[in-house]
Every structure is written in structure tokens, then in C-alpha cells.
Design a protein around this ligand. Structure first.
Ligand code: HEM
Length: 240
């Protein structure tokens, strides 16, 4: 018989699988053009006035890809519980990757030829990426594991914007065939902003419904169990 909790577990595994597979897919598709060292392979237009534009994309894309791949493993509770050392080491690699990728992203955003609205989005994304990472680190150092988890959900949701951005770009390019007045820049800018905003909303939804609600349910169960045992021991005392 399939219980509600089995269905919930199955749904969680399916969502985790989708997240992991799409992260691998985007890394396999987006990162290789920046491994060759040849600006001609870049998927993005390179700024002719910035000598180090392609270099900034290289230094950004490789650690970003690593962070995108490590993230799903860090959320696996069985792996975390059994191999805490591995979780810690992978967490450090993730952190260093995000820091390097963020610094390079600042250069990439500055050299970008994708337009001012997209550049603003990338600057804000970098700030939020670093801030949520710093908060997650601060919390785990203080032993506040639940808060660490919450901040890492926020942080990885921002990392995952790399996946949703490319998904929205594909949707936008399909829509552009119908709505011919849309320029590529319109589609790109809208996709960059949508990838950030929608991921932030989804992360907050997950935090409220999974992390906060589940610990509230646990607390409620604990309270009602201790109330029941208090009543039982009181009535036991009266019987005796
Ligand atoms: C979440 C924080 C991130 C920020 C702030 C950020 C920032 C940027 C910026 C500013 C650019 C240049 C865009 C342009 O000129 O239009 C860029 C491009 C790129 N980013 Fe990121 N990025 C982030 C996450 C990631 C992740 C997780 C990946 C992992 C695959 C990634 C891979 C790339 C690649 C491959 C490019 C080159 C463009 C392309 O060929 O698609 N980025 N990023």
C-alpha cells in the first residue's frame, strides 16, 4: 500500500533527480566552450574593448559549474548523515568555488555587452550569492544547523539560476518566433531577471513548507507526546 509519506518521499526523490540531472546537463552544455581558452568558442559575444572578457568568463564558468554539480549532493540527507566528513569537504570546495566564480562574475558583468538591465541583475545576483554563502557559513560555525540549511537552500537557488536562465532563454527564443517584435536582448534580459526572481520565490516556498513547517510539526508531536505521558503518569499515580 502506498502511504502519503511514501508518496512524499517519492516526489522529493523525483524533484532531487530533476535538479541533479538538469544541473549536470547545463554544466555539460554551457561550460566546455570556456575550457578551450579560445574566445572564438564563447557562446556569448565578447566585448572587443575588454581584453580580459573571455578570461573572466573562463574563471567564472569553471568553478560555477563545480558548485552547480556539488550542490545536489549536499542536500542528500542519507549522504550527509553517513559521511559527514565528505559533506564538510564538499561544502568547502563549494564555498571556494562560489567565491572565485563571484569575483570573476563581477568582471564578466562589467565587461558584458548584454545591456545595463542584465548587468544590474548580475551584480545583485553576485551580492546575494556571496551574502547567502556568508550567512550559511556563519550559522554552521555557530552550530545553528537548521539556519545553515535554510541559507544553503537560498544560496543554491541562486546557483540554480544558471539552469533556469537557460530554460527561459529556450522558451523565449520559441516565443520570439511568434512575437517577432521581441529582440534577443529583450528575451535575454527578461530571462536573467526571471531566473533570479522565480528561484528566490521557490526557495522561500521550500523553506517555509519543508524546513519550517516540518520542524513545527515535529515540535507539536513532541509536545503532544509529552502531554500524553504526563496525563498517563498522573492517572497511573491516582490508580496506584
Ligand atoms: C549565481 C551566480 C552567478 C552569477 C552572478 C553569474 C554571472 C554571470 C555573468 C555576469 C555572466 C556574463 C553574462 C553576460 O555577459 O551576459 C555569466 C556568464 C556565464 N555563466 Fe554565470 N553567473 C552565476 C552562476 C553561474 C553558474 C552556477 C554557472 C554554471 C554553469 C554559470 C556559468 C556561466 C557560463 C558558462 C557563462 C558564459 C555564458 C554562456 O556561454 O552561457 N554561471 N555569468
Amino acid at each position: 500500500m502506498t502511504t502519503a509519506s511514501t508518496m512524499g518521499r517519492r516526489r522529493r526523490w523525483t524533484l532531487w533527480g530533476l535538479m541533479a540531472v538538469s544541473a549536470i546537463g547545463i554544466v555539460a552544455f554551457a561550460v566546455p566552450p570556456y575550457l578551450s581558452g579560445d574566445p572564438a568558442n564563447s557562446n556569448l559575444d565578447i566585448n572587443p574593448d575588454a581584453a580580459h572578457h573571455y578570461l573572466s568568463l573562463m574563471v567564472h564558468a569553471v568553478p560555477s559549474g563545480l558548485a552547480l554539480l556539488i550542490g545536489p549532493l549536499q542536500f542528500l540527507a542519507p549522504l550527509r548523515n553517513r559521511y559527514l566528513r565528505l559533506h564538510r569537504v564538499a561544502g568547502r570546495v563549494y564555498m571556494v568555488s562560489v567565491v572565485i566564480a563571484s569575483v570573476a562574475a563581477l568582471f564578466a558583468a562589467t565587461f558584458s555587452v548584454s545591456g545595463f538591465p542584465a548587468q544590474v541583475a548580475f551584480y545583485l545576483l553576485t551580492a546575494a550569492w556571496l551574502y547567502s554563502l556568508a550567512q550559511a557559513y556563519r550559522c554552521v560555525r555557530r552550530g545553528e544547523v537548521r539556519l545553515h540549511r535554510i541559507w544553503m537552500i537560498r544560496n543554491y537557488a541562486l546557483t540554480f539560476a544558471a539552469v533556469t536562465l537557460r530554460l527561459y532563454l529556450v522558451i523565449g527564443m520559441v516565443l520570439r518566433k511568434q512575437y517577432t517584435w521581441l529582440t534577443f536582448e529583450d528575451v535575454y534580459t527578461a530571462s536573467v531577471w526571471a531566473s533570479i526572481l522565480i528561484n528566490v520565490v521557490v526557495a522561500e516556498y521550500v523553506i517555509v513548507h519543508r524546513v519550517v513547517a516540518s520542524s513545527a510539526r515535529r515540535r507539536q508531536r513532541r509536545e503532544s507526546a509529552s502531554a500524553t505521558s504526563a496525563v498517563t503518569s498522573r492517572s497511573g499515580g491516582q490508580d496506584g
